[in-house]
Design a protein around this ligand. Structure first.
Ligand code: 0O2
Length: 221
């Protein structure tokens, strides 16, 4: 990791990284609460699953070097905003905005940055809503605000992104143009599938919840 990198890795680095682990724990808990509460209130679950990852010290240092950020804990804290990453996979496109608003509206969450790659998809076809938020982490001796990158996308968007990621790494960034064009087409197919699922979902929702289920009375809804 280089001499400076090794110096950074020593000492307070483990403690520094713990802040991000705790921030992931907090955001994950918040999302799990929203999932359970939403399900309780609406008998509908907008979240398929949640993943999280803590960036490895090696990739933190690699990013510092690549982007020429200062090699210090402050340099990392201020510039590398995706050390804590949480990915929320939703059932339908319309769930993405709901989850975003429910998180962004919480008092202790501050939205630092937002990138909407759904309205403005990337040229390769990548779609996802990215939020960089900050959240207070209460340690035994102090409180600190920690950035967390939250990616919110549908199952189809996630399916595409994970395959694209594998292909990109396999070709070490030099993906043959024909494959790139096939991938863009696959992204369009994913969008069509999402749109179809969204319209089916609306149709089912509008059919009248509970009507088709035996033993349920109107007044319970
Ligand atoms: P990993 O291993 O997932 O963390 P920066 O993060 O500062 O370099 P930027 O532009 O601020 O770049 O971030 P951006 O583009 O909003 O989001 C970066 C992350 O989004 C990536 O993290 C990926 O997880 C995901 N992402 C962005 N574009 C693509 C894409 O074209 N294909 C796929 N599969 N994922 C994408 P990392 O750090 O690259 O990787």
């Amino acid at each position: 990791a280089g001499i400076e990198g090794i110096r950074v890795l020593r000492g307070d680095f483990a403690d520094f990284m713990l802040d991000y682990k705790f921030a992931i724990d907090e955001i994950t808990t918040k999302i799990n609460i929203l999932r359970e509460d939403f399900n309780h209130a609406h008998e509908y679950n907008p979240i398929e699953h949640i993943n999280s990852r803590l960036k490895s010290p090696e990739s933190v240092l690699e990013k510092l070097r690549r982007k020429n950020y200062p090699m210090s804990l402050t340099g990392i804290r201020e510039n590398v905003l995706d050390i804590a990453g949480v990915r929320v996979i939703c059932s339908f496109i319309s769930d993405i905005g709901k989850i975003r608003d429910m998180l962004a509206g919480q008092e202790d969450i501050t939205v630092l940055k937002e990138r909407d790659y759904i309205t403005n998809r990337k040229p390769n076809g990548y779609q996802s809503l990215h939020l960089i938020v900050s959240i207070p982490v209460f340690r035994s001796s102090h409180t600190v605000r920690i950035p967390v990158e939250i990616q919110i996308r549908t199952i189809a968007m996630d399916f595409w992104a994970s395959l694209e990621h594998k292909i990109y790494y396999k070709y070490q960034g030099e993906v043959p143009p024909s494959l790139l064009s096939e991938l863009t087409q696959a992204a369009e197919a994913a969008t069509r599938l999402d749109e179809k699922m969204e319209s089916l979902h609306r149709l089912v929702e509008n059919t009248g919840r509970g009507d088709a289920r035996p033993g349920r009375s109107e007044s319970l809804d």
